[in-house]
Design a protein around this ligand. Structure first.
Ligand SMILES: C[S@@+](CC[C@H](N)C(=O)[O-])C[C@H]1O[C@@H](n2cnc3c(N)ncnc32)[C@H](O)[C@@H]1O
Length: 269
């Protein structure tokens, strides 16, 4: 993703028409920008079990909602690695006040971090937008920076097993057009295969409905006040409203084929 993309809170313009879908949702006040919602994040984090001794690296932390959950355990270190470099990043407010928490402006494929510097890597909704080759390169970087025995928690967009290759190609095209960023989900087996190719052993896998823009999920993810704020912001902004509704229509039209997947993989000792 380009670092030149518009800021979440940039000047009022027709920005809403061209923002990548997740930044549009963030601009409208949404904090959970991943397909399986906070429920899937909780399952992955429960299994990955962060503790105060962990050195955590998060790939693509977005506006910092998972960072907040990770920082709640007071880890020995938290590094967020994101290609996006903007001054008014809400993530910085989340990190403020935590002594060992820093945001590194880098591509997760080449973090510049030391070999074995982390005991836990977490990445959500940041691989789906990459080609399979780039997904693998990012997983290999997670493998490199993890110490032996380290855990890698992922949460991404998936295809259900009954998705044919033709349907997958068509859905990728429709999704990418609507959210204005490449969307290349894989089946559960496809994600697992890449993780294994990167050297990981998959310890846990889980899935959830892809219901990012459904009211029930929005309330679960954002809370009632956050849901009300999001609906209010979208309702009074015509270009944003049109785009959010188009995204929701595309998600609904393909709901039989889409899901969210979560994994915890381990770097062998
Ligand atoms: C869809 S948002 C997800 C944000 C957050 N993880 C969440 O689930 O709510 C994708 C995030 O990944 C970041 N990102 C995308 N490609 C990246 C890359 N190659 N390296 C690091 N960060 C990346 C984006 O800037 C953004 O913060």
């Amino acid at each position: 993703m380009s670092t030149k993309e518009a800021t979440v809170h940039g000047p009022k313009s027709a920005e809403e028409k061209r923002l990548q879908g997740h930044w549009l949702l963030a601009k409208m006040g949404k904090r959970v920008l991943r397909p399986g919602g906070i429920e899937l994040t909780r399952r992955v984090l429960t299994e990955a079990a962060p503790t105060s001794t962990d050195r955590i690296v998060e790939f693509g932390p977005g506006v910092g909602q998972t960072a907040e959950m990770l920082l709640a355990v007071q880890p020995a270190q938290y590094l967020g690695v994101d290609v996006r470099d903007v001054e008014d990043n809400p993530l910085l407010d989340v990190l403020a006040g935590h002594q060992n928490a820093t945001l590194v402006n880098a591509d997760a494929q080449q973090t510049g971090l030391d070999d074995g510097c982390a005991s836990l890597v977490v990445g959500e909704a940041m691989l789906t937008m990459q080609s399979d080759e780039d997904k693998l390169a990012t997983m290999r970087e997670a493998f490199r920076i993890l110490a032996p025995g380290g855990r890698y928690g992922l949460h991404e967009l998936g295809f259900t097993p009954d998705t044919s290759d033709e349907s997958a190609a068509e859905i990728q095209k429709n999704l990418s057009r609507t959210i204005k960023v490449g969307a290349r989900p894989l089946t559960m087996a496809g994600w697992q295969k890449l993780l294994e190719e990167a050297g990981f052993t998959v310890r846990y896998s889980t899935s959830n409905e892809m219901a990012l823009l459904e009211p029930k999920r929005l309330i679960a993810d954002e809370g009632l006040a956050g849901f009300a704020k999001f609906v209010f912001n979208v309702a009074r902004n015509k270009p944003a409203r049109e785009r959010v509704l188009a995204m929701r229509r595309t998600f609904k039209a393909n709901q039989r084929y889409l899901c969210a997947v979560g994994f915890v993989a381990v770097k062998p000792e």
